[in-house]
Design a protein around this ligand. Structure first.
Ligand code: HEC
Length: 251
């Protein structure tokens, strides 16, 4: 009887192990460290519209529009912290995965591993690791403020009210969006797709050959950018179009 029980136990353990092994491919996926469920619905979490009707409070940090684009562009890249690669079990492609895998301690900056990693100065430990471009001070401040405000999943419409597409300037509209949503992948020595958006000239090239509008509007025949992230809001896309149509000036 005891032997039977023992055999059953071993069998059960082997089964459990086999299930863990296949965990990388099948949902639900578990973080190696603390066995929290991870959202593997990579594509369904990508939304192509933002909630309208909620004005943004300038004092609040909004995860979806302020924090997530920085994480998608700089961390949730292929080979790093996207769903497939999940280095160290950390996945930074949506709110649920960030909260489940990145050791965020709401209201506690120094207790949050994510903050520690992005402010680390030792090249061995810093994130994103060299030769990736480090986060800017402004981006680090946004993430810090988000944690200090409780690391919430707040949403708002950055273009609440009317969408003004007149006199769209590169410096005021286009550049800030490219810096937040695109530069993490499209900069440095080996930019994604061999397309660098680090300088005005790089942006101008894709603006004029039609690719910039094609990728952000998710037009058929173009890759969807930001890769792995949500679609830019309709007003921002309209502003880009207006800027491109007016000659994609360095204004
Ligand atoms: C997480 C990384 C990542 C982010 C963020 C990202 N891209 Fe890309 N991008 C890529 C990769 C990888 C490719 C090459 C493969 C492909 O075309 O899908 C690419 C390709 C492109 C191309 C060329 C497409 C073509 O058809 O030749 C353009 C243009 C582009 N990206 C623009 C952007 C813009 C604009 C943004 C920001 C709104 C952005 N990307 C954000 C990774 C990224």
């Amino acid at each position: 009887m005891r032997k039977l029980l023992f055999t059953a136990l071993i069998g059960y353990l082997l089964l459990a192990l086999a299930m863990l092994e296949s965990g990388c491919k099948h949902a639900p996926l578990f973080d190696d460290d603390d066995l929290v469920p991870i959202d593997t619905s990579d594509t369904t979490s990508i939304v192509d519209t933002l909630p309208t009707g909620i004005p943004c409070n300038p004092d609040s940090v909004y995860f979806e529009t302020d924090v997530l684009p920085i994480l998608v562009s700089n961390c949730a890249k292929s080979g790093c912290h996207d769903v497939t690669s999940h280095q160290e079990g950390i996945i930074l492609n949506n709110y649920q995965n960030v909260m489940n895998t990145a050791d965020i301690s709401p209201f506690n900056l120094n207790g949050s591993d994510l903050y520690e990693a992005i402010t680390e100065t030792d090249p061995e430990d810093m994130m994103p690791p060299p030769p990736n471009t480090p986060l800017t001070q402004a981006q680090i401040q946004i993430i810090a403020k988000w944690i200090n405000q409780g690391a919430q999943d707040l949403h708002c419409d950055p273009n609440y009210g009317s969408c003004d597409t007149s006199n769209v300037r590169y410096s005021q509209v286009v550049l800030p969006v490219i810096s937040t949503y695109c530069k993490g992948c499209h900069s440095g020595a080996s930019p994604s797709g061999n397309i660098s958006l680090e300088t005005y000239d790089g942006v101008k090239t894709v603006a004029q050959n039609g690719k910039l509008y094609g990728v952000i509007a998710w037009s058929s025949g173009f890759s969807k950018m930001p890769q792995g992230g949500n679609k830019l809001d309709a007003c921002t896309i309209s502003k880009f179009k207006a800027w491109i149509d007016a000659g994609a000036l360095n204004n």
